[in-house]
Design a protein around this ligand. Structure first.
Ligand code: GLA
Length: 719
């Protein structure tokens, strides 16, 4: 059983995989946290008030207790999980447990992305109902535990059960105390074209805050943070992590207090969020996913990968190999017509590509990025046969056809803006700040949501379209809706996300066979929220193979290879100017959803032949890279070498990928210790050499790489 209640101790033990999480309701009906970590027997822990009775200090007991749902105003001085301003303007809250319930499965979160079960036996859910008697606020704290992985999801449902309006000032879906602070914090940090670098820093007294106020999860931070022991590495040691299933502004805090305790919380960013709850109204917090691993960062990532690949992503593409694609963006930018596109598609078909994606520039009068967003009608002077004509010709070549949109945007130079100048996020009387010469549609408004749904659906129904790239190329400014009254203005960003999620749910359900890929200036919205609607994301606008090693390695901390778009582009690379071999570019891109992003007509005959071989190899390996267990073996953040492997679920097939940035003279060959093999099996490499599984894991596999920017990929098969 995943959730066990011990009535005499009044504890609930949530267990799954190799993890347990223990809660306690104390005599004052407060919900307290007892434990999160390696699996324990259901009756192993009891609340011991002595843990907290020896404090004879200035601090009130309430400020030290391990609350599950800390609230402020009566002696708690950290960030509250639920912060409420009452009708009288005071912000004192007191949550007491009224009841609890255990149920099979996991309920969906209305209007929000969330992990799910397919069979109710996959998870159990524990719900507590708590109440703040003075205001009538009711809080349902929902915990689900997945049986196989031990991943624990948390969300809060707030309901105003009182008679006057309340304002929610703080909403943290997860808030977890730790009895120790001798830990490191690990998070993902970056910028446009260099997203998700792994940053590790020792926890120090005070606060570490990872956040976004941009209206998107953003390039700078990712909604993820892990705490680990100082000696935890990829293969061993404990990790406690949180991933927030949301695509907008967020906040993750790690606060080490003055008693050697620590609190990890994840939720809405209060700088850009508050919410008015009228009597009877409810508000649901996005889901936080807690994953514990006792076997290092690879253990943590493997749990996230399986959960996000199988129980967050949805739709028919979830379990299918993704088509090898060619995208024309870096090949042509805005400079194309039907003829040029068809010649790229023709070359692509010859080397085995399966999907042609037409990127930006096909609509309105868009020949640069300064106009036409919102005018989703085909530009007939560029594409005289229209989208249907172009798509038919592409299909005749045996390729699927995909299309780029940026549906959340409006260009000031567009017919849409000329008819609806108030449809963008803005503040009357202030300039509307443009970024990339565009503004953001006010998706809080139902009429704007309807416009987006009908405009995009009209295009999708007008031609045979098999794939959509859904882009979003700027962050929010003047992030307020003119349709909201002053007391609700700070709801704009979250209402925008709810509007966007409604649009995505409507369109993806209306076109269930389409493959959707999300994008935001590359990886500016690479988060679990978007993966709920679209099973893959464009990892970064940086397509340089060497930079991609860090990008894909960092991204893999949380997200599976099946979520990462990875393309081979031209050299010199457009972002870095670097020249790498076609082989290395191919070896890097095959570790994600493989594609090309260049003008194939510019390749030599030999290069085209090599590209054809690469495509054949990708097709041979893509089931393994999509479903295999991913192991990070050598980090590009620590030296010139990167290595990772994919191991099939039966452990009989292993793909080892090894890359070298700059070569080091007079250096010993690499010995790469593999992981996850069958110790007693013998594995054969392509050249016929044979290796024992245990030896490969203990002694390693020898690799020689020569030259800057070189790579080798080895497929080992158990005999
Ligand atoms: C963003 C995307 C690119 C491309 C351009 C088109 O930058 O990340 O891949 O689609 O927009 O304008």
């Amino acid at each position: 059983m995943s959730i066990e209640f011990n009535a005499s101790a009044c504890t609930w033990t949530l267990s799954g995989g190799s993890t347990s999480y223990v809660l306690h309701r104390d005599k004052q009906d407060r919900l307290l946290h007892l434990y999160w970590g390696k699996r324990l027997a259901a009756d192993a822990l009891r609340w011991d008030p002595r843990d907290y009775s020896s404090f004879a200090s200035f601090d009130l007991p309430v400020s030290i207790l391990p609350h599950e749902l800390p609230v402020c105003g009566s002696g708690w001085y950290g960030t509250p999980a639920v912060g409420i301003r009452g009708a009288d303007g005071s912000e004192v809250t007191d949550l007491q447990v009224i009841s609890s319930e255990i149920s099979a499965g996991k309920p969906p979160l209305p209007g929000l992305p969330a992990t799910y079960t397919e069979k109710s036996s996959e998870a159990q859910t524990l719900s507590f109902l708590l109440c703040d008697k003075a205001t009538g606020l009711m809080v349902t704290a929902q915990y689900s535990v997945f049986e196989s992985s031990g991943a624990i999801t948390r969300s809060l449902i707030l309901k105003n059960g009182g008679t006057s309006a309340l304002t929610v000032t703080s909403l943290m879906s997860a808030s977890v105390p730790f009895w120790r602070n001798d830990l490191d914090a690990v998070h993902l940090h970056g910028a446009w074209a260099r997203e998700r670098n792994i940053v590790r820093t020792p926890v120090a007294p005070g606060e570490l805050r990872i956040s976004s106020a941009r209206g998107a999860s953003g390039h700078e931070s990712n909604p993820f943070l892990a705490l680990c022991e100082h000696n935890t590495d990829e293969h061993s040691g404990c990790v406690w992590s949180v991933s927030f299933v949301y695509s907008g502004s967020f906040e993750i805090l790690c606060r080490a207090d003055n008693f050697g305790h620590l609190r990890l919380s994840a939720g809405m960013n209060p700088d850009v969020f508050s919410w008015r709850l009228e009597p009877g109204e409810t508000l649901v917090s996005p889901e936080a996913v807690l994953v514990f691993s006792g076997s290092g960062f690879n253990g943590m990532s493997q749990l996230y990968h399986a959960l996000y690949r199988e129980r967050l992503a949805r739709g028919c593409w979830r379990d299918r190999s993704r088509p090898v694609l060619i995208n024309n963006w870096e090949g042509t930018y805005f400079d194309f017509d039907e003829q040029r596109l068809l010649s790229i598609a023709e070359n692509a078909a010859e080397i085995g590509v399966e999907l042609f994606v037409l990127d930006d520039g096909w609509f309105g009068k868009r020949n640069s990025d300064n106009c036409s967003l919102g005018d989703w009608t085909v530009n007939l002077s560029k594409l005289p046969a229209g989208l249907s004509g172009l798509s038919a010709k592409i299909h005749d070549m045996g390729l699927l056809f995909g299309l780029w949109f940026e549906p959340e945007m409006i260009s000031p130079d567009s017919d849409l803006y000329r008819s609806h100048p108030d449809w963008c996020l803005h503040v009357d009387g202030r300039p509307r700040t443009e970024a990339r010469q565009q503004l953001i549609l006010d998706l809080t408004r139902p009429e704007v949501q309807e416009y987006v749904i009908s405009a995009i659906s009209a295009v999708l129904s007008s031609a045979r379209i098999d794939y959509v790239k859904w882009d979003m190329n700027r962050n929010m400014t003047e992030a307020y809706s003119v349709s909201l009254p002053p007391e609700r203005k700070k709801e704009t960003q979250h209402r925008y996300m709810l509007g966007l999620y409604h649009i995505l749910e409507t369109i993806t359900s209306a076109y269930p066979d389409l493959l959707f890929e999300s994008c935001s200036g590359g990886g500016g919205r690479f988060d679990p929220g978007m993966l709920f609607y679209m099973p893959q994301t464009w990892t970064s606008d940086d397509t340089d193979a060497v930079e991609r090693l860090k990008l894909q390695y960092g991204t893999s901390l949380v997200y599976p290879a099946s979520a990462m778009g990875a393309h081979v582009s031209a050299v010199p690379n457009h972002q870095t100017g670097r020249i790498t071999s076609l082989k290395m570019r191919g070896d890097v891109a095959l570790a994600g959803n493989f594609g090309f992003e260049l003008d194939l007509s510019k390749l030599s005959v030999n290069e085209l032949a090599e590209a054809k071989e690469i495509v054949a190899r990708v097709k041979h390996l893509r089931n393994l890279t999509r479903t295999g267990t991913f192991h990070r073996l050598l980090s590009p953040f620590e030296g010139q070498h990167t290595a990772w492997s994919f191991v099939s679920p039966d452990r009989k097939t292993v793909l080892l990928c090894v890359y070298q940035a700059l070569s080091i003279p007079n250096c010993a060959p690499l010995r790469i210790r593999l992981c996850g093999l069958l110790p007693d099996a013998w594995y054969e490499a392509a050249d016929g050499s044979r290796f024992n599984g245990a030896a490969l894991m203990q002694q390693g596999f020898t690799v020689f790489l020569r030259g800057d920017f070189s790579s080798e990929v080895f497929l080992l098969q158990a005999l």
